[in-house]
Write a protein that binds this ligand. Structure first.
Ligand SMILES: [Zn+2]
Length: 278
């Protein structure tokens, strides 16, 4: 998909949707609210009836609300047991299949935990699995961007540098840039200048397309020294979302901005309104 600006939407159906378990109504609500996109959250399992995925695809297309998706939480490509690694691979593939049926072109997931292993070893394992997944999806003729998330906890695989290297090494991989997590994980990157430097780095390392086709997550956040985190509404957080949006706009970044603050659509609207006003 090619974008002419940033698109703003919610992680899951908006809170004000009457039937919160109905993603088709969620898409209609996004449209009503004047938002642009929606992320399907498969946090607790990847199941969807075929009639729902085809209705979603139709609603998304007709209303011009593109979809992204988020895989289950219980994925760990560095699990101790091989069968848990295998089922993590299956969950990512299953997320890709259903996302593809719904018409989503970009999916994110938390790839692994370090489990006290060396980050280098974990990187190799994750890379190996991503190659397997890419190969299997290509045999299924599924084209989707696989976007490991920039994670918020220091116990999780998914630092900025890990994602950049993985993107360089595996063709279907791109980063899901969670700027709130980046801040929580490091205690840094909370000014327009620092975010701007990250964007310059992405462009330099991955290429121009890195900024023209982004999948971003944003929420308010609080964290301690371990990068343990709690999602908050933006107004209750120290996270400098205005500086972040200013940096994104200045660099003419394009793609999806998915808001996962507890108040979902309220912060998504606030982000969009500010972005359009800059
Ligand atoms: Zn996530």
């Amino acid at each position: 998909m090619s974008f002419d600006r940033l698109l703003f939407g919610t992680a899951g159906v908006p809170n004000c949707t009457v039937k919160k378990n109905n993603p088709v109504e969620g898409v209609q609500k996004i449209h009503e609210l004047g938002l642009d996109c929606m992320q399907l959250e498969f946090a607790h399992g990847v199941r969807m009836k075929e009639e729902v995925s085809s209705a979603l695809r139709k609603a998304s297309y007709e209303l011009g609300i593109p979809l992204t998706s988020h895989g289950p939480y219980y994925i760990n490509l560095n699990a101790r047991e091989q069968d848990k690694i295998d089922s993590s691979v299956e969950r990512i593939i299953q997320t890709a299949k259903i996302s593809d049926l719904c018409g989503a072109e970009s999916m994110t997931f938390h790839a692994a935990f370090y489990m006290k292993d060396s980050p280098y070893d974990v990187f190799d394992l994750v890379e190996k699995s991503m190659n397997v997944i890419e190969e299997r999806l290509s045999r299924l003729d599924i084209e989707i961007e696989l976007r490991p998330e920039l994670t918020g906890k220091t116990s999780q695989f998914g630092s900025l540098d890990e994602l950049i290297t993985l993107t360089k090494n595996v063709m279907s991989v791109k980063p899901c840039m969670d700027f709130s997590h980046l801040y929580a994980r490091t205690g840094e990157y909370n000014s327009k200048e620092a975010i701007s430097d990250v964007l310059t780095k992405l462009e330099g390392e991955i290429g121009k397309d890195a900024l023209k086709n982004m999948h971003i997550h944003i929420s308010g956040i609080s964290s301690n020294s371990k990068g343990d985190l709690k999602h908050l509404n933006l107004k209750d957080s120290e996270f400098n979302w205005k500086g972040m949006l200013e940096a994104l706009k200045e660099k003419d970044c394009r793609g999806y901005v998915i808001c996962n603050s507890p108040n979902l659509e309220e912060d998504a609207k606030m982000l969009k309104d500010y972005y359009l006003a800059i």
